[in-house]
Design a protein around this ligand. Structure first.
Ligand code: FMN
Ligand code: SF4
Length: 510
């Protein structure tokens, strides 16, 4: 009798816990996996102690180490994201470890204690080419391309609303502009090889459809996707079973039929015709237009810079994606071994434009694990003007790095079209987390810039950072990547302008 009572009480407690897990909105994992989901939180809590004896260290695990994920989770929840007791890195021996060199004295700096402090781009996007809708992006950190289709509608909505809260831009990804992208965030519209949302029945690009899409949404720029770091030069296939009426409507394709994305564009076939296409889009829409690409052979970039040096045609921005970048799904050989890692690829592209004195004429955007302060600082020192974050933004809204994005079984409802799993995400609360993360990353970038003695991360130079070679020696970034004098730096006019803008904003705030 007593045992039966205990059993009944336990069953009631479990039922109550399950009910609470199902209705709460803070944790997608518990909404999707009531009761059992608590095991993960328990393991997370006692994980550091367990791992000291078994399993891995805080610095191991890829793509993102436990320390890196912990920093993102804490920043997103506005919890204490400091680390105690000192570094765990074996600082003199870790090959590739970057050091920023702080300065003892500095000139005017922005207010570092204001969590809402703006961190705009040092360059006006589309300004040098005189685009009608040129503008200065309000945030140097923005959300990278991820389509509705690879991510759930709820995840896209959370990221878009998060971008709006943080004053950042949100790239649609190549899957077209969905209703989930219309939660207030400014957009960069991406055009992939299948021109989803702006295509004819035969899959070709359609300018009128592009104009229709732009007319109804806060699109601030257009990004032509040539390739991405995790799977460059690879086409895609959306199986008919996944082409639901909703996806078909957004992408402009027939319901239930297989849809192939070619590996290369059909609207242009070389750099020359690509520049004509860029100018056509910019003239017809007034928007800044750029290209996103991973870096492989360099003749593409050399020809692009050479043609741009003539001054009559040009891209407004290039987004360089590192080979370490993420994807919803890719063959391992592409994810691991095709295209250069970010620092190598970006420095080669930057150098190609720098040789021709063109670096102030366009905005450089970088992506590939740059959503962490130290990686971002290195990118800015190499000459990046803005960074895009994809997986780090996913982590901020609850991704646990289960790495099942390609199976449609994402346990946190982020990378899935399964309605039951996607229901786990409460877009409103996750939007706040995404915004907190974006703001915190900007704040850390401001703090680290101030330590180096400059007002903006784009003013950190390639001599301000050294890279350990793993054997008690370090070389400057400039030395490692073969930068000449002044490479990686803004022209004097741009440098003065952004310093004045940030320090004057401080003076004028009440
Ligand atoms: C789930 C997922 C979907 C993605 N979809 C696209 C896409 O539609 N277009 C694109 O250019 N890149 C896409 N990417 C690549 C990202 O935009 C980004 O370039 C890459 O992940 C590197 O950034 P990260 O290291 O911050 O994740 C995707 C990445 C992920 C993880
Ligand atoms: S499957 Fe895993 S890695 Fe992919 S989004 Fe979901 S939780 Fe993150």
């Amino acid at each position: 009798m007593r045992a039966r009572n205990i059993g009944a009480a336990a069953a009631t407690a479990v039922a109550l816990l399950a009910a609470r897990d199902l209705v709460q909105k803070r944790h997608a994992l518990l909404r999707n996996f009531p009761v059992v989901g608590h095991a993960r939180y328990l393991l997370e809590t006692i994980g550091p102690e367990l791992r000291q004896y078994i399993v891995t260290s805080n610095e191991e695990e890829r793509p993102f180490s436990r320390d890196q994920r912990t920093w993102i989770y804490a920043s997103a929840k506005e919890e204490n994201n400091y680390f105690g007791f000192g570094t765990e890195v074996d600082v003199e021996h870790v090959q590739g470890h970057a050091y920023l060199k702080q300065r003892t004295f500095a000139g005017a700096l922005p207010d570092l204690h204001d969590p809402q402090a703006p961190l705009p781009s040092a360059k006006v996007l589309g300004g040098p080419r005189g685009r009608a809708k040129a503008f200065r992006p309000a945030s140097v950190v923005n959300i990278s391309a991820m389509s509705f289709g690879s991510l759930s509608g709820a995840a896209i909505a959370a990221l878009n609303e998060g971008a709006a809260l943080a004053g950042a831009m949100h790239n649609t990804g190549e899957g077209g502009l969905s209703p989930y992208h219309r939660k207030g965030g400014d957009l960069v519209l991406q055009l992939g090889t299948a021109y989803f949302g702006c295509r004819d029945e035969d899959g070709g690009f359609n300018l009128d459809k592009l104009k229709d899409v732009i007319a109804g949404a806060p699109v601030k720029a257009i990004e032509i996707k040539l390739s991405q770091g995790a799977k460059p030069g690879l086409g895609g296939m959306l199986p008919g079973a996944k082409v639901t009426p909703e996806i078909a409507g957004i992408r402009g394709i027939p319901v239930g039929k297989d849809c192939a994305s070619p590996s290369r564009h059909t609207a242009f076939s070389d750099v020359d015709s690509m520049l004509d296409f860029v100018e056509l889009l910019a003239t017809e829409t007034g928007l800044p237009v750029g290209v996103k690409s991973a870096v492989g052979e360099m003749s593409f970039w050399q020809e692009l810079a050479t043609l741009m040096a003539r001054g009559d045609r040009g891209v407004d921005f290039v987004t360089v994606d590192g080979g370490e970048g993420g994807t919803g799904a890719a063959p391992r050989i592409f994810a691991d071994s095709v295209s250069l890692p970010f620092r190598m690829g970006f420095s080669r592209v930057y150098g190609t434009f720098a040789e021709l004195g063109l670096t102030d004429e366009l905005t450089f955007i970088g992506s590939g694990k740059l959503g962490l302060p130290e990686n971002a600082a290195v990118a800015f020192a190499l000459g990046v003007d803005m960074i895009n974050v994809a997986r780090e933004a996913m982590l901020s809204i609850g991704c646990i790095q289960a790495q099942k994005c390609h199976t449609d079984k994402c346990p946190t409802g982020i990378a899935t079209q399964n309605p039951w799993l996607a229901r786990g995400i409460d877009p409103a609360s996750k939007a706040t987390r995404a915004a907190n993360y974006l703001r915190t990353l900007r704040k850390e970038l401001m703090k680290v810039s101030a330590a180096v003695g400059v007002a903006h991360p784009a003013l950190i130079t390639a001599d301000d950072i050294e890279i350990m070679n793993g054997d008690y020696e370090a070389r400057t970034l400039a030395g490692v990547y073969g930068y000449k004098d002044g490479w990686g730096e803004l022209g004097p006019h741009l440098a003065q302008e952004i310093t004045a803008l940030l320090t004057a904003e401080r003076d004028h705030r009440p």
